[in-house]
Design a binder for this molecule. Structure first.
Ligand SMILES: *[C@@H]1O[C@H](CO)[C@@H](O)[C@H](O)[C@H]1NC(C)=O
Length: 436
C-alpha cells in the first residue's frame, strides 16, 4: 500500500520537477555568488548590528518577527514593538526539515521596544502544563487605545502541531496570557498566520508529507516535496467561535510549499510565499467571505520563507538562496553557513498602464537589468516581473547573517529587521551609520 502510494507520488513528482526546473537549477544546483554582506541603505559594516541576548544567549534561531502596534483612537501608531518567535532548541527539534530528536527545551517569545531599543523575554502565564512550546509563525492584532491584543502562534508540539491563542496587554507587554490551544486534523503542517480579525486568521500549511510521518518516510517524502514542489499545500481561513471551537475552510489550494503569509494593510490582498517554486503568490481577498482569487505571482531570487507588508504595503520577502547550504546548517556540518537574501516587492504604479508602446518597450529593456545596485542582482536569477518591481534590501553569503526567514521594515524610521532560523540574535540595519 505504502509502496504503491510512493510510486504514484514519484510519477507526480517527476512532472513537477519539470515544472519547477528553474527553481531547482538556481536554488539547488547553483551556489549563488553572494557577497559577505550588502545592505541597500549603506555599508552594512556601519549600518547593521546583530542584537543578542547578552545575558543568557536565548534570543536564538528566531523564525518570525512581527510588529505589535499600539494605536490611538484615530488609528495612529503611538508605539511600536517587535515581537520575536524563537527556539534555541531548533537544532534538536524542527518538524519542517528535521531532526525531531528532543522537543523538551521550550522555545520563547521576545519583545523589543523600537522606542527604547530594549529587549525583554515574554513570559507565558496560564500555559497548560506539559504542553510543548515551539513557536513558528506569529501574528498579533494591534492594540487600540490601550486595549489588550490577541496573539496567535503556530506551535510545533511533539504529538502534532497546534495553534495557540494568547492575550497581550499593553499594560504588561512582557506577559502573554494563554487563552486556548486550537487543534484540528486539518493542521497537518501549519506554518504562518495572518490575522483577519482578533479571532480569525489565514493559516498556511507548508507540507502534505511531513517529517512527522514514520521513519524513514518522513524525511524522504518531505524532502522530495520541498525540492520537487508538487502543488500539495494550501492556505486555510480559520475562525475561532465564542465557545472556542473552530471553523476551518480552505481558501487557496494547489500551492507548492506554502510558507509565509501576510495580509495587506487595506485587507484586500494576501501574499503567500511558495518556497519550492521561488515565487510569491498575490491573491485578491473578499473581506466579507475571506475567499481568495489568485491575482498574480512574482518570482524571487531565492526560496522565500516569510513575507511581511510594511506600512506602505510594500512586501518584504526573506529567504534561502541555496537549499543544500541550508541543509548543511540544519545538519550542523562543521563550518557550514547558509546564505540570506531579502527583497522588496512593489507593484509597478498603475499610472504606467496607460503609457505608450514605445515607453513600455524601453521600460522592459531597462527592466531586464532590474535590481542593478545589489552585488548579485536579482535579475541574474529571476526573470523580470511585468507587474512588480523587485529590489534587494539585504544579501549575505551567510558570513554576516545567514538563514534569513523574516524581514521587516519600519517605514516610519526606515529601520530594517531580519531574523535567521539558525542565527543567534536579530539583525538590525539603520538608514544612517551607527558609531558602535
Ligand atoms: C494533538 O495532540 C494532542 C495531545 O496529545 C491531542 O489532545 C489532540 O487531540 C491531537 N490533535 C489531533 C488533531 O490529533
Amino acid at each position: 500500500m505504502f509502496y504503491k502510494f510512493a510510486a504514484v507520488l514519484t510519477t507526480l513528482l517527476a512532472i513537477y520537477v519539470y515544472r519547477s526546473g528553474r527553481a531547482f537549477f538556481h536554488h539547488v544546483l547553483t551556489v549563488p555568488n553572494l557577497p559577505e554582506g550588502y545592505f541597500a541603505g549603506g555599508d552594512y559594516r556601519d549600518h547593521c548590528v546583530v542584537i543578542k541576548d547578552e545575558k543568557d544567549n536565548r534570543l536564538n534561531h528566531c523564525e518570525h518577527i512581527t510588529f505589535w502596534d499600539h494605536l490611538d483612537e484615530e488609528d495612529h501608531v503611538t508605539n511600536r514593538f517587535v515581537l520575536l518567535s524563537c527556539d534555541p532548541g531548533r537544532r534538536e527539534w524542527n518538524t519542517v526539515t528535521g531532526p525531531m530528536n528532543d522537543p523538551d527545551p521550550f522555545g520563547n517569545l521576545w519583545i523589543y521596544s523600537t522606542e527604547f531599543g530594549s529587549l525583554s523575554p515574554v513570559t507565558l502565564t496560564n500555559y497548560p502544563e506539559g504542553h510543548d512550546f515551539h513557536p513558528i509563525g506569529i501574528d498579533v492584532y494591534p492594540s487600540k487605545a490601550g486595549a489588550p491584543s490577541s496573539l496567535f502562534l503556530v506551535n510545533h508540539a511533539r504529538e502534532n502541531s497546534t495553534v495557540e491563542q494568547f492575550v497581550l496587554d499593553p499594560a504588561q507587554p512582557t506577559v502573554a496570557t494563554h487563552v486556548r490551544t486550537l487543534t484540528s486534523s486539518y493542521f497537518v503542517a501549519p506554518n504562518s498566520i495572518a490575522l483577519t480579525s482578533p479571532t480569525s486568521f489565514y493559516l498556511t500549511n507548508d507540507h502534505l508529507m511531513t517529517y512527522r510521518l514514520p521513519r524513514p518516510f518522513g524525511s524522504i517524502l518531505s524532502t522530495i516535496e520541498t525540492i520537487g514542489g508538487p502543488p500539495l499545500t494550501w492556505v486555510a481561513h480559520v475562525t475561532v467561535l465564542p465557545d472556542g471551537s473552530i471553523e476551518h475552510k480552505f481558501a487557496a489550494l494547489g500551492i507548492a510549499f506554502a510558507n509565509g503569509v501576510a495580509l495587506s494593510r487595506d485587507g484586500l490582498q494576501l501574499a503567500v510565499a511558495s518556497s519550492s517554486l521561488a515565487k510569491v503568490n498575490f491573491y485578491k481577498r473578499d473581506p466579507s467571505t475571506n475567499d481568495l482569487t489568485l491575482d498574480r505571482d512574482v518570482v524571487v531570487p531565492f526560496g522565500p520563507d516569510n513575507v511581511m507588508y510594511d506600512d506602505d504595503d510594500t512586501l518584504i520577502v526573506a529567504g534561502h538562496p541555496h537549499f543544500p547550504s541550508f541543509v548543511a546548517v540544519v545538519e550542523n556540518k562543521p563550518g557550514a553557513k547558509a546564505p540570506s537574501w531579502a527583497v522588496s516587492i512593489r507593484p509597478i504604479a498603475a499610472s504606467e498602464d496607460g503609457e505608450s508602446e514605445g515607453r513600455k518597450n524601453s521600460r522592459s529593456l531597462k527592466k531586464a537589468g532590474y535590481d542593478s545596485r545589489a552585488p548579485l542582482s536579482a535579475s541574474v536569477i529571476a526573470p523580470a516581473s511585468s507587474t512588480d518591481e523587485v529590489e534587494t534590501i539585504f544579501q549575505s553569503d551567510g558570513s554576516v547573517y545567514g538563514t534569513a526567514t523574516t524581514g521587516l521594515i519600519d517605514s516610519r524610521t526606515g529601520i530594517f529587521y531580519l531574523t535567521g532560523l539558525y542565527e543567534d540574535g536579530v539583525l538590525v540595519c539603520y538608514p544612517g551609520p551607527r558609531n558602535v
